[in-house]
Design a protein. Structure first.
Ligand code: SF4
Ligand code: SF4
Length: 352
């Protein structure tokens, strides 16, 4: 077996009482229907890897990498099993045994080579002097217009962010099982970003700056929600809670407070807030199983369309990307349409 990352989790795996509450809303289980696709199955497979009753194989790796890391199972689990820790450790043991996916290897190589997930040396920070450290993250580094908008919003609200040259937070290395690579990247990250606290633009980076580095990181919407002025935009939308927001950071009220202050009416989806349904873009499946990711995203778009709102707002660039594609696909095949926008566009409309 690989590098023994599962060893410290034997007790954690034994706390699973096999109740299957985690099946209820697991987006992967709901699409594929096998016990081994839900959290319970993944815990059992991981235990098999740990004891050696199960040999590392492509079959097991495919199962373990089919997880969006949405945290829904953790939220429902009566035994508080840390499924994400188990899945990422099982992935690490599988990677150490030679079962890393090619697309995942490429992302890790890209980070090592250029500091960002795209392997693009042209993706650079818009350097800016200021008072409060701002961490953009790869997704916003590659979307300069969105970043400019957030910076302009913060300036309008009297907050002066400082932007320095940065490298990826390393979360993709950690979640895709490249733990040794992450350990050496960690040092590099801390040299580029030597702060104790920060405002971050991406929900996933915010969670990881807190959990992976112990930084006092706040998501930009937490900061904006304290200062947002009133406006009368008169829109009616539905709001998609990104998993790392509502379950990772427990940020549920802030985006709603911002939208309401701006005069935007929210019609909630069937699964919202802490029970938000995943968009299908997390955990690496966007790269390793895009068809599964698409199916999950389309399920979410159908829920959004059911609300009757003509616009879906989200606060994560990955959610926005996959939901936009799903909205186009559903519009084309089912004739029902909804626009997908990121919350910074709406905030900008209200404060500019
Ligand atoms: S994290 Fe999400 S996708 Fe992964 S097993 Fe749990 S509920 Fe399923
Ligand atoms: S909900 Fe928790 S305890 Fe129950 S089967 Fe799933 S992982 Fe195990």
């Amino acid at each position: 077996m690989g590098a023994g990352h599962l060893t410290r989790l034997e007790g954690e795996m034994n706390t699973c009482i096999r109740c299957a509450y985690c099946f209820e809303k697991c987006p992967v289980f709901n699409e594929r229907g096998w016990d081994s696709d839900g959290a319970r199955g993944k815990v059992i497979l991981s235990y098999g890897l740990l004891t050696g009753q199960l040999k590392p194989s492509k079959y097991v790796a495919d199962k373990m990498f089919r997880c969006t890391c949405c945290r829904d199972c953790i939220e429902r689990c009566p035994s508080n099993v840390n499924v994400i820790d188990i899945v990422s450790s099982a992935r690490a043991d599988l990677v150490a045994s030679g079962f890393a996916g090619e697309t995942h290897k490429q992302v890790v190589e890209n980070i090592k080579k250029t500091g960002n997930i795209y392997g693009d040396a042209e993706v650079v920070s818009p350097l800016k002097e200021g008072e409060t450290p701002l961490f953009l993250g790869c997704q916003y580094l590659s979307r300069p217009n969105k970043t400019k908008k957030y910076i302009a919003i913060l300036e309008k609200l009297g907050i002066h962010p400082e932007v320095q040259k940065e490298v990826c937070c390393g979360f993709p290395m950690e979640i895709l099982g490249f733990k040794a690579e992450f350990e050496s990247h960690k040092e590099k990250f801390s040299q580029f970003f030597p702060h104790k606290g920060a405002i971050a633009l991406c929900p996933t980076c915010t969670v990881f700056l807190k959990e992976g580095y112990g930084l006092d990181a706040k998501h930009v919407l937490q900061v904006i929600s304290e200062k947002i002025p009133e406006a009368k935009l008169g829109l009616k939308v539905t709001y998609h809670d990104p998993c790392d927001f509502s379950r990772g950071l427990k940020i549920i009220d802030e985006p709603r407070k911002i939208l309401k202050k701006l005069g935007v009416e929210i019609v909630e989806m069937k699964d919202s807030k802490v029970q938000s349904a995943c968009c299908g873009g997390g955990g690496g499946i966007l790269m390793s199983d895009p068809s599964l990711s698409d199916r999950i995203a389309k399920n979410r778009i159908r829920q959004a369309i059911e609300t009757g709102a003509d616009t879906l707002i989200t606060s994560c660039p990955t959610c926005e990307q996959v939901l936009k594609k799903a909205a186009t696909d559903v519009g084309g095949s089912e004739g029902k349409n909804i626009a997908v926008r990121n919350i910074e566009d709406i905030i900008w409309m209200g404060v500019k």
